[in-house]
Structures are given as structure tokens and as C-alpha cells.
Ligand binder design. Structure first.
Ligand code: HEM
Length: 425
């Protein structure tokens, strides 16, 4: 996939395939891969650095500030304006704010077309994954090449800047590279003895950018859509947000992501709108009920199937039935000493938008912040009303089945105005 989707050179794809050492600190027994070629292990090391507590303490406030600045600068006044496509509107907010919080302003500053080029590249991901000759759809390779060129431009400039002004190795933020983890990753690339040349690092940088933006944008769309489309839910969600501000009136990200109703909506949105395929190969023959999973067999677990299983049938306090196909904001709330609490208790292994086990998505904590903070800032600054018929919701665009959060298939019209008491902080 690294080659098909992101244009990684063949030698890197071959090295990735040959890496049978697993992701643990100790290679799998029998693996003879050189330590510098433990590509999957290196990926894990990078993401654990990027999403470590000190790094998140840098990343989250940056994301929040970026959202606030972006919303303040949007040319939307206190009169309603109608817009044709809510998904595109959110994409134009979440993508630049995510990129700026990860890389600083240099990535988009050096590459003003990247947002649009990346959007078209991302739309072509299902095609690129088929492995069909790219002349079937020249646009796919053309926009990927533009994105790869943007990654190279950014990397050359970052290297120039950091030679002039090197930041301490342990710094969580580096003005040249963005997150300190991004610069520290260069050591892992350099240790591969030339494997990660300029083309390979560009492919790797593009894959990283894709990982941290492509799923979050549709997930954030559904978070806002479901709240706006469900009767009385926006008011309750806004009330809950009131309690998540600090004394200074700014959002406390930790309080936002721990708000019970918002967490339940978050889990429900991912249950309904994520279609991930969790793939594994069997290391030792296993028996499971009447099935035998032979050694070396590839297996796939589809979150979409698990998330619509009859297990999810639920009945609320007033005896109303909520089938698995329905969005029910309260599905993950439990009553405890008279208050509602969010809980995944008993649902482990059933709720699996991020996969399972040692390969579980390393970006999941950041996703939660991104989705909830985007909601919090947008609905505090703006009034937003959907103009779609009541009870209607767009379909999931299953062209991206298997890749995670599904974008909407149809456009959603909406109207928006700045709130009179609209403040970002
Ligand atoms: C709504 C958003 C997201 C969803 C639904 C999602 C889902 C997934 C799933 C299902 C997997 C496979 C897990 C497994 O095999 O058990 C995965 C892996 C991965 N995700 Fe995410 N993801 C999201 C966002 C992110 C973000 C923001 C990042 C990071 C910047 C990220 C980075 C990764 C990486 C690096 C892996 C590979 C992990 C490994 O193989 O060890 N993802 N993700």
C-alpha cells in the first residue's frame, strides 16, 4: 500500500514487505531483519513520540488556537448565509488547522496549493489502492506527484532552517519542523543506510499527513451533522460545553473530551460511520468455535459488520427501541448514582473503529480532541443550521470502505452566521 497509495520507491516497499520483525522492542523470534530496517517498529517509535504526553501538550493547544484564529478570520458576518456543502466547509477548517498544529505555518505557507492538491489526491485514494495502471485516471498520479513535490519543498526548507537555527533535540516544538517528533524521526530515516532517500521520505511524509487528516475530516463532519440533525441535541451539547470552560472563559480541552454526552456522540458517530478493515496474518494455528485459522492465513475483521450486529439493539428508559442502524446519542451513556456517565464497559472488542491490540490506531487520542474541539469552537462562534429535509441524512460514501471514516455521499446544504455573543475564547 505504501507504494500504491503514496508512491514510495520499490526498494522501500520491498524492505517493508521483508520486515517480519513485528513492532515490539524485541524482533519476532526467527526474524533476521537488520535493526535499522525495522520499518514498522520505526513507525511505532515515531507515533509514540508524536502522541506522547509532552507532545500532545504542545499539539492540542496549537490545534485549539488554530481553530479559534481560523474561525475568527472567516468572512462570515451576523447575517445568515447559505452554503452548498457542509462537508467541504468543515474540510476547509479542519485540514489547515490540523496541518498547522503539526508542522507550524511553514507547510501551507510554502505550498499554498497543497490543501486543494491534497483534497484531490485523497479523493483518488480508492482508485490508487486498486493498483490499476495510473493512466486509467491520470489525475490520481498527477495530484499525488504535486503533493510529493510539496513534501520535498517543505523538507528542504526545514533542513535549511534547522541548520541555521538548530533546536534542542528534546524540544517538543521546533520552529523549522513543527512537532519535535517530526525532526527526531529524521534520525530513524538516516539510520537506514540510504534506504530513505528524498523520494522515500517524501512518500513517508505524505503518508503521515494522510494518516492524520483523511479520517478525521469525515469523522468531524458526522459529529457535527448528527448533533445538528437530531432534535434538541445541539442545545444539550452546548449546555454541556458551558461546563468545559476555564475561569478565563477558554475551552479546557481535557474537560471537553471528558464531557459524557459528547463522548457518547463521539463513540456513536464512529460506530456508525467508520468502516475499517483490520487485517492480520495468523502466527500460529488457532481454533475458534467451529473454525480453524491455519498458520499464515490472512484474516480481516470488518468494523462495519461488527458495528451493525444485533448486539447493538438497545431500549431506552421509556422503552423506545434503538436499532443498530440508528444514530442514538445516548447509546454509550450509563446511569450512575443519578448522573449520566460515558462508558465503553462490556463493549471492548465490539466497538472497534480504531482496530485492536498492538496495531490499534496510535492517532486515536488526537482524533478525539480534534473532533470535539472542532465542534466546540464552531458552535460557539457560529449558529449553523442544516437545510436538508428533517430526518434525512446523507449516505456513507462506501467508495472508501475499509479506509476508516466514510465521507458523506451527498452534499448537505446549510446556513451559517456569526453568533452575536460568538467568542472563540
Ligand atoms: C477517525 C479517525 C481514525 C480512524 C477511524 C482510524 C482507524 C485506524 C484503524 C482501524 C487502524 C488499523 C488498526 C489495527 O490494525 O488494529 C489504524 C491504524 C493506524 N492509524 Fe489510524 N485512524 C484514525 C486516525 C488516525 C490519525 C489521526 C493518525 C495519526 C496521525 C493515525 C495513524 C495510524 C497509524 C500510523 C496506524 C498503523 C498502526 C500500526 O499498524 O501499528 N490514524 N487506524
Amino acid at each position: 500500500m505504501f507504494g500504491l497509495l503514496f508512491g514510495a520507491p520499490k526498494k522501500v516497499c520491498d524492505a517493508t514487505l521483508a520486515d517480519d520483525s513485528g513492532i515490539g522492542a524485541k524482533p519476532y523470534p526467527g526474524s533476521s531483519v537488520h535493526p535499522s530496517r525495522r520499518i514498522m517498529r520505526n513507525q511505532v517509535l515515531f507515533f509514540s513520540d508524536a502522541f506522547s504526553k509532552p507532545s500532545m501538550d504542545e499539539l492540542i493547544p496549537r490545534f485549539l488556537r488554530s481553530l479559534e484564529e481560523h474561525c475568527a478570520a472567516l468572512n462570515i458576518g451576523d447575517e445568515w448565509v447559505e452554503r452548498p456543502d457542509f462537508y467541504m466547509f468543515l474540510r476547509d477548517v479542519v485540514f489547515p488547522c490540523g496541518v498547522n498544529s503539526f508542522y507550524g505555518k511553514s507547510m501551507l505557507g510554502l505550498n499554498p496549493d497543497l490543501e486543494e492538491d491534497f483534497r484531490i489526491f485523497d479523493e483518488n485514494i480508492p482508485f490508487l489502492a486498486t493498483g490499476m495502471p495510473t493512466w486509467f485516471r491520470p489525475q490520481a498520479a498527477r495530484y499525488r506527484a504535486k503533493c510529493l513535490a510539496a513534501m520535498k519543498r517543505w523538507r528542504r526548507e526545514a533542513m535549511r532552517q534547522s541548520e541555521k537555527n538548530p533546536a534542542p533535540d528534546t524540544a517538543e516544538w521546533d520552529p523549522a519542523w513543527g512537532l519535535g517528533a517530526i525532526r527526531r524521526r529524521n534520525k530513524l530515516f538516516a539510520a537506514t543506510d540510504g534506504l530513505f532517500d528524498e523520494d522515500a521520505t517524501a512518500a513517508s511524509d505524505l503518508a503521515t499527513m494522510w494518516a492524520f487528516t483523511s479520517n478525521v475530516i469525515p469523522a468531524t463532519f458526522w459529529f457535527l451533522f448528527e448533533i445538528l440533525a437530531t432534535e434538541n441535541l445541539l442545545g444539550r451539547a452546548r449546555n454541556e460545553l458551558q461546563g468545559t470552560r476555564t475561569d478565563a472563559g477558554i475551552f479546557d480541552p481535557t474537560k471537553v473530551i471528558n464531557a459524557p454526552l459528547l463522548q457518547s456522540v463521539y463513540a456513536e458517530v464512529l460506530r456508525l460511520h467508520v468502516a475499517s478493515l483490520v487485517t492480520r496474518s495468523v502466527k500460529q494455528t488457532h481454533s475458534l468455535d467451529n473454525w480453524v485459522l491455519p498458520k499464515d492465513q490472512y484474516i480481516i475483521v470488518a468494523s462495519h459488520v461488527e458495528h451493525r450486529d444485533s448486539y447493538w439493539n438497545a431500549v431506552d428508559a421509556s422503552n423506545k427501541h434503538h436499532p443498530p442502524s440508528e444514530f442514538w446519542a445516548e447509546r454509550f451513556l450509563v446511569s450512575e448514582e443519578g448522573t449520566s456517565k460515558f462508558s465503553l464497559e462490556g463493549k471492548q472488542g465490539r466497538w472497534m473503529p480504531y482496530g485492536m491490540g498492538e496495531h490499534m490506531c496510535p492517532g486515536r487520542h488526537f482524533v478525539k480532541y480534534e473532533m470535539m474541539l472542532s465542534f466546540a469552537v464552531l458552535v460557539s462562534v457560529f449558529d449553523i443550521e442544516l437545510l436538508s429535509p428533517g430526518g434525512w441524512r446523507p449516505d456513507d460514501n462506501l467508495a472508501r470502505y475499509g479506509f476508516g471514516a466514510q465521507p458523506p455521499k451527498q452534499k448537505v446544504k446549510f446556513r451559517i452566521r456569526r453568533r452575536s455573543d460568538g467568542k472563540t475564547s
